[in-house]
Design a protein around this ligand. Structure first.
Ligand code: SF4
Length: 461
């Protein structure tokens, strides 16, 4: 689908909304207008934006006024909204997230959320045509984010440590992670993390409020490696009171020794991720563990005073809405403290077919939301990835008092996050500006760069 703009350069806005509403048509910006094929033409006119969409020979027009006082932002909004209004004629039903595109739905309503949940909900519904059930989820998350943000000072910072290694690669994985963690490489990687940690302590002035060790699969680390890493984290300013989370991930790697080390170093939150509670689906996904492994790891983890999170993915290949929801009910009977429900990101529209076609993932996550609400969980953070089936969201649900500070800070971009390790992207807030710093995604390259930064005299040797 070709997208053309006249009188405005809001290319990002038009591409985002087109990709969200028509993921299977692969929207592409075209510098020149076209009169053939599937296309859209968006024009900035005095006081309004008009978008004409032509799909399969059928045509529709969408119009949105431009609020002059909003400047460039107002034009971007009108571009997106005019496209959305035209697109409604081609969609089988109104999208649950309305015209809201982008990764962070709650971030879109942080300002009205200062006045409460209802105000944030009203804003999302009237400005973006978001459905009441999704507006509620985003508004609740936004209100939590505002509360956390108001309690943070500019010196407060979070730490993310990436362990981009896994015992094997899951078939659906879209992360940058290495399958088959070599012990010698892991040892060198942890040593490099310690160097980077020391560098951070020397160069930055901050007080740690949360630390999150994620991946990948951090459970590939040995008890000794966890000990090295966590004892270094504990020496950072503020660490004694900071929230500390380890996303252990794959249940088959979890044992008593590792859990004991985490607990003794002040880790309060861990993640043990079943993804689904159907062995057939796990095997198809190449997860390398069974539901039995999950129940064993979960029971073991419950022997320690951790707040436990469990991740699920709605409708992996071979799963059905009924199967997934039955699994969720089984999981809830264990009473995990937080549950994250993810919508699988699909690479091609055809990949939706395994889930019974369009609408099934949305239906499943909607029903999951009802079950979680009934079980006493509240949504506390959410995000949307590109190409999720049905444009569905990923939501973190928490029992009262168990929401992860780190997840909220990171997701809503309301405080500094220093990210260490290969692929780490730091977001540092200074004087109201956000500075991004990115480490190399390749572990070997990352280790080399850090060594060069610590010992510049040995560069190239
Ligand atoms: S455990 Fe997670 S990060 Fe590792 S391969 Fe599977 S999906 Fe990817």
């Amino acid at each position: 689908m070709k997208l053309h703009l006249s009188g405005t350069d809001a290319v990002y806005s038009i591409e985002q909304i087109a990709l969200t509403l028509f993921p299977e048509r692969i929207p592409r910006y075209a510098a020149e207008p076209d009169s053939e094929g599937d296309r859209s033409e968006t024009v900035l006119l005095p006081g309004r934006v008009e978008t004409r969409i032509v799909l399969d020979g059928r045509e529709a027009l969408g119009v949105c006024p431009v609020e002059e006082k909003e400047g460039k932002r107002g034009v971007s909004y009108a571009v997106r909204t005019s496209f959305y209004r035209a697109a409604l004629s081609f969609l089988p039903q109104k999208p649950l997230w309305g015209s809201l595109s982008g990764v962070r739905p709650a971030k879109a309503c942080l300002v009205p959320a200062e006045k409460g949940v209802e105000e944030a909900e009203r804003f999302l519904i009237s400005r973006y045509d978001v459905s009441p059930e999704k507006a509620r989820i985003a508004a609740l998350a936004a209100v939590k984010a505002v509360k956390i943000r108001n309690g943070l000072s500019e010196r407060d910072a979070s730490l993310y440590i990436n362990i981009p290694f896994c015992p094997s690669k899951c078939r659906y994985c879209s992360f940058i992670t290495r399958a088959g963690a070599d012990p010698a490489l892991l040892e060198k990687y942890v040593s490099t993390l310690l160097l980077e940690l020391e560098k951070l302590r020397r160069e930055e002035d901050f007080r740690l409020v949360s630390c999150y060790i994620g991946g990948g699969t951090p459970a590939v680390l040995s008890p000794k490696q966890f000990e090295r890493l966590l004892s270094a984290v504990r020496t950072l300013p503020g660490a004694e009171d900071a929230e500390c989370t380890v996303e252990l991930g794959r249940p088959e790697l979890i044992d008593r020794e590792k859990l004991g080390v985490l607990s003794s170093y002040g880790v309060g939150k861990i993640s043990v991720n079943p993804q689904t509670l159907d062995d057939r689906v796990l095997a198809l996904a190449g997860r390398g563990h069974t539901t039995e492994d999950f129940f064993r790891a979960y029971a073991l983890a419950r022997e320690y005073p951790f707040s436990i999170n469990c991740d699920l993915i709605a409708l992996l290949e071979g799963d059905t809405p009924e199967g997934f929801l039955t699994g969720l009910e089984r999981l809830l009977s264990l009473s995990p403290d937080t549950v994250s429900v993810h919508s699988l990101a699909v690479k091609r529209a055809s990949a939706l077919e395994h889930a019974g076609g369009r609408g099934q993932v949305a239906l499943t996550v909607g029903r999951a939301a009802e079950l979680l609400c009934t079980g006493g969980y509240e949504p506390y953070y959410l995000y949307r990835q590109k190409n999720t089936a049905d444009g569905s969201e990923n939501v973190g649900w928490a029992k009262p008092g168990h929401a992860s500070l780190y997840n909220v800070v990171m997701m809503e971009e309301i405080g500094t996050v220093y990210a260490l390790g290969a692929g780490g992207v730091s977001k540092i807030f200074r004087d109201g500006e956000m500075i991004r710093r990115q480490n190399s995604k390749d572990p070997a390259e990352y280790m080399l760069r850090i060594a060069e930064q610590i010992h510049p005299d040995k560069k190239g040797q």
